[in-house]
Design a protein around this ligand. Sequence first.
Ligand code: NAD
Ligand code: MG
Length: 287
Amino acid sequence: MSDDTRAFPAQQQEPPGWTGQMTPRPDHGEESYRGSGRMVGLRALVTGGDSGIGRATAIAFAREGADVAIGYLPEEQQDAEETARWVREAGRQAELLPGDLTDEAAARALPGDAAKALGGLDVLVNNAGFQMARRESIEDVTTEEFDRVLKTNLYALLWVTQAALEHLSDGSSIINNSSIQAFQPSTSLLDYASTKAAINNLTVNLAAELGPRGIRVNAVAPGPIWTPLQPATQPEEKLASFGQDTPLGRAGQPAEVAPAFVFLASPADASYVSGTVLGVTGGKPVF
Ligand code: NAD
Ligand code: MG
């Protein structure tokens, strides 16, 4: 493959970004993911499940036999409905739960709403996240942006996890979405990268606390993945070569990340896996 075929065409969106405006369309495993009964009868909540990695995870979970509730921002309704369509096509229940997770009350209500709709909760995927990379230096970081990044990536994770613990029990698991940015931070993502490092730390700590309750806690650290977050938050000139600095020389697709979430969610496959961060980075080191 030449570099030209790996380059993304010029495009920009405003946050949160929409799948329908992306060229090319990301691959969420719609035509490729084959389930093998790894999550039969489980009930999962995927925050930010409308698009990108969250959508691919929701589709994979459903094809593995799980019912799925997804959280998302109200303006992402169209993307959320598309995810729900694929979950239902897999023969599983899909619940759409819009809300802004930077609002504490909304974040705390989400797990209970999911458990009520699905009849319980076994898997929590803290996947919702926000970054802003259209900036040059720390001096460009506004308080408003800093707030949005920390509230979405860290505060919401705390609020949602605390509320979810009322419903999780022995055999349940929590999977957080970290990032290569926790290990190799980019200067333009100063605040975002620091939240992802904190998420790794929190994952290990929470695994220690919840292990005795039989609840496993892990994280996935994706590298550069082609999702709406990128055209919505990266400067256009960076987008063209997005992912080409990885050893595999290209960006990954959401479909290539979802199997890591399935593995960590699977009570049989990952029965002894907790407190780990699984890299899906195209070859960049996660240590
Ligand atoms: P995405 O835009 O498809 O998903 C992010 C989702 O977060 C949005 O769809 C939105 O529903 C949700 N979200 C954001 N702010 C929210 C808020 N205030 N309230 C409720 N929901 C909110 O992009 P993605 O890349 O699939 O992102 C998913 C996760 O993956 C994020 O945590 C991101 O940090 C992480 N990640 C992405 C990449 C990448 O290259 N795309 C790399 C490493 C980690
Ligand atoms: Mg979205």
